[in-house]
Ligand binder design. Structure first.
Ligand code: FAD
Ligand code: UDP
Length: 388
């Protein structure tokens, strides 16, 4: 039987081959392709099994002419000047600060939980200093913060945890917060101020002409060829290449030989709705979270994100699923342990580099994937793998 080392050894074939074969045209694959072509003079082939570039961050105009994100709302935010400056070569930006309300006890309340959330939920008039004391009084003592339940109950106590986090998390992940790493719920902070922005990063903006245009610009270099509607396995043995950059699910690369890594999926329900005269939106902000009553987790109205003017409006409802396209790695200790086995196997393949959210099995935002691709590019170019 062939080993993976043999199956994925480079296919060199004269001068017509590619220096790098990149699997997946999401942020990881496109940034790597752009760097290798423009900075290292490489000939790059990007192979993508979907019918479009951009991975899960792709956007397009729907049948009604509204700009939507088919794979759920993507809001760009980063603290990295390097990432922002890099992407700014390929897009102009529209400033946008995302705001979210949670539908709790019949009210639409700010999430992340802040001073207004507490005052409106409990009918109080606390100051910032007083709400910190309130949080301390509610907080439960936890020996060590290990799980997503620990993170929230040790900061704001059981009632706010039950109203805002428990139901949402159980729906989103099919797991109780006590079964998920602390980092999942820790993505959402708690504030004693009135700041109701979802993110506080230095750079918060949306690509002015959309993500698809940004990806087209990333791939515009003449050294890059793109092959859509193609699983890399169908061409890996016939197209000559020297190095592979793989951005798909790492367990699929290895034929799930150690068992399947869980990835959480979603079903997206996209709707176009008419607007009452004189209104541009149906929702008061970009996203409404539904922690408790509904089967979906959140509803996003794209016009808040895109700034598009249009007589109608487009919404997307997110229904979590166990089966379907892999969207989220599921951060918990046993999954990380299983990932480590695949990672060790991958480290033996000197001709293959694994990057991106699915291949790294990390709950990365877009900017983190871009940062990872930039640093891996430097590693590849400064210390190239030796090929036989
Ligand atoms: P992907 O975008 O998944 O790209 C991988 C590509 O590889 C895919 O196009 C896939 O089709 C292709 N592929 C896989 N296997 C093969 C194969 N065998 N052959 C050929 N091609 C293959 N991040 C933010 O910063 N802000 C947000 O607001 C945000 N919102 C999100 C909302 C949702 C619902 C989801 C799921 C994610 C969100 N993210 C957000 C995260 C963001 O989507 C990712 O960080 C980023 O898109 C990952 O890029 P990637 O290139 O690693 O992976
Ligand atoms: N979360 C929650 N209630 C909320 C918002 C988030 O319980 O109103 C938890 C939930 O487990 C979610 C995680 O925090 O999966 C991270 O939230 P985020 O908004 O970052 O999720 P993403 O945009 O990545 O889906």
């Amino acid at each position: 039987m062939q080993t993976y080392r043999q199956r994925f050894s480079p296919r060199t074939g004269g001068t017509a081959g590619f220096d790098t074969l990149i699997v997946g045209a999401g942020f990881a694959g496109c940034v790597m392709a752009e760097r290798l072509a423009s900075q290292a003079g490489q000939r790059v082939l990007v192979v993508e099994k979907r019918s479009h570039i951009g991975g899960n961050a792709w956007d397009h105009y729907n049948a009604d002419g509204l700009l939507v994100h088919p794979y759920g709302p993507h809001i760009f935010h980063t603290n990295s000047a390097e990432v922002f400056d890099y992407l700014s070569q390929f897009t102009r930006w529209r400033p946008y600060e995302h705001r979210v309300r949670a539908s709790v006890d019949g009210q639409l309340l700010p999430i992340p939980i802040n001073l207004d959330t507490v005052n409106r939920l409990y009918g109080l008039r606390l100051s910032s200093a007083e709400v910190e004391t309130f949080f301390q009084q509610q907080a439960e003592a936890v020996d060590a913060v290990r799980t997503s339940e620990d993170v929230v109950v040790s900061r704001v106590g059981r009632d706010l945890y039950n109203k805002f986090f428990r139901g949402y998390t159980r729906k989103q992940w099919g797991l109780d917060p006590s079964e998920l790493d602390a980092g999942v719920a820790a993505r959402v902070p708690v504030r004693s101020s009135r700041d109701d922005r979802y993110f506080t990063d230095t750079y918060q903006a949306m690509p002015l002409h959309g993500y698809a245009r940004l990806f087209e610009n990333l791939l515009a270099h003449p050294g890059i060829q793109v092959m859509l509607n193609t699983d890399y396995r169908d061409i890996v043995h016939c197209v000559p290449w020297r190095h592979m950059v793989y951005t798909g699910p790492i367990d699929a690369f290895f034929d799930h030989c150690f068992g399947a890594l869980p990835y959480r999926s979603l079903r997206f329900e996209h709707l176009t709705r008419p607007l009452p005269a004189g209104r541009e939106h149906l929702q008061p902000c970009g996203t409404i979270n539904h922690p408790n009553e509904q089967p979906y987790t959140r509803v996003t109205e794209f016009k808040h994100l895109t700034g598009q003017l249009h007589p109608a409006t487009a919404l997307v409802y997110e229904y979590p699923q166990a089966q379907g396209d892999p969207y989220y790695p599921v951060p918990r200790p046993e999954n990380t342990a299983l990932f480590r086995r695949y990672e060790a196997e991958g480290a033996l393949l000197k001709d293959v580099t694994f990057i991106g959210r699915l291949a790294s099995y990390k709950y990365y935002n877009m900017d983190q994937v871009v940062a990872q691709a930039l640093s891996q590019f430097r590693r590849l170019v400064l210390a190239p793998a030796t090929t036989p």
